[in-house]
Structures are given as structure tokens and as C-alpha cells.
Ligand binder design. Sequence first.
Ligand code: SF4
Length: 115
Amino acid sequence: MAKVGIIRCRQTEDLCGGTSDFAFAAKGKGAFEPFGACEVVGFVSCGGCPGKRAVARAQMLKDRGAEVVVLASCITLGTPLGFPCPHKDLMLAAIRRKLGDAVPVLDYTHPAPKK
Ligand code: SF4
């Protein structure tokens, strides 16, 4: 079972408990599908705008056993507000540079719910 660490948007912490992230990881659905059922070993926020602290937090998740790091859908797809992070591309690129090829960095957790 792959061990995953999830990074979420700090701005939406008080709107969302991350329930769908955990459910999709446990079932190996959404972005987790290539890895099958996954164990969430860490669930942290980006640290707040503009997201620079997410890079060190991704490294921390890796150091604590995450084999895959995932930016949650609140960051890249904008769930649940329909408001993606304006810094998502920079954040994703910086985290990928930091972690290298050994740790895949996924760019969402689950599809946005249909309205
Ligand atoms: S940097 Fe992006 S992901 Fe982090 S709190 Fe701000 S809007 Fe949310």
C-alpha cells in the first residue's frame, strides 16, 4: 500500500475537512488510481499564501515516509469554492524540483464534484 502525504490550501481549511481526499486515497480512486489503495501518512496545509512553505512541508512529508506527495484539489482545481490557488503552478514546480524524480507529486486528489 503506497504511503501518501497530502498538502491542502490553508485558505479553505475551515470550509473542508478533507473527507473526500481521505476517501479517494483509501479506495485508490481519482488521482490515486495508479497506486491503488493508499495510506495517508500526513495531511498538512501549504502554510498560507503565497505557498512557499509548501516546499519544506513536502520535504517533511517525504522524510516521514511519504512515497507520493499530492496537492489537494482545493489547490489545483479550486474545490470547494471554484477558486484555484493563483500560485499552484509555481508551488507544484518548486515541490517537484525539491523532491526530485524519486517521489511523484500529483496535482489533484479527486475530481471536482458535479454541480
Ligand atoms: S498559497 Fe494557494 S494553496 Fe496556499 S493558502 Fe494561498 S491560495 Fe491556498
